[in-house]
Design a protein around this ligand. Structure first.
Ligand code: VGL
Ligand code: ZN
Length: 201
């Protein structure tokens, strides 16, 4: 049973969006091409209230990309992005969504950030995705989306820890910080998360 997880392919992470990933839009045709090779396709959507703690605009005197500490957790302060109900929170208009069985939203609690589609950054609350995938008898989980080094990476790491066989589709994701992603790729490979190309599926 093969499941594709499409992580945060939303307008704000595209060139021209508020938190753009360089070449973020290049992955859209790749993701569209591979979807029908899976038994199940599920997506995640970053879905923040305007007063979200990860927005620099909600911290007086702070700038975007500053790092602060919240309850012992490091938190990067982002530009406002993926605000619930805005254009920026919508999926890329050319992304095929019709075969998606469901969408898991994350980052909805104003006080907690959530990069992974499985858990918030402090691992305090589950989104229910792990239980959902188990109930669907998913054995192999394939990852794609944005940003490779943030939400896709943390999702893959959580899934791996939950015991799923994980495959990271490199050409169906793009990193915000390419150097950080190179290091993460080595770490994932060492753990047994396979880094693959869309052509290997
Ligand atoms: C993301 C930063 C903040 C992502 C979400 O989807 O990679 N990055 N929120
Ligand atoms: Zn976010």
């Amino acid at each position: 049973m093969k499941t594709l997880l499409v992580i945060d392919v939303q307008n704000d992470f595209m060139p021209g969006g508020s938190l753009p990933v360089p070449d973020g839009d290049k992955i859209v045709p790749v993701i569209n091409r591979i979807q029908d090779k899976f038994d199940l396709v599920v997506a995640s959507q970053d879905w923040h209230p305007q007063n979200h703690i990860s927005f620099a605009s909600n911290h007086l005197g702070k700038s975007t990309f500053d790092e602060i500490e919240i309850q012992g957790q490091k938190q990067i302060l982002w530009p406002d992005h993926c605000v619930q109900g805005t254009e920026g929170a919508l999926f890329h208009p050319e992304l095929k969504t019709q075969s998606w069985e469901t969408i898991f939203r994350k980052g909805t609690d104003p006080q907690i950030d959530s990069y992974s589609a499985f858990y918030d950054n402090g691992h305090l609350k589950s989104t229910g995705l792990s239980g959902y995938l188990r109930e669907k008898s998913t054995s192999q989980l394939f990852f794609c989306g944005l940003a490779a080094d943030i939400c896709v990476y943390f999702s893959a790491m959580d899934a791996f820890k939950e015991g799923f066989a994980c495959f990271f589709i490199e050409d169906a994701s793009q990193a915000l910080d390419v150097e950080a992603f190179e290091i993460q790729k080595k770490e994932m490979k060492r753990l047994g998360i396979q880094i693959i190309s869309s052509e290997d599926i």
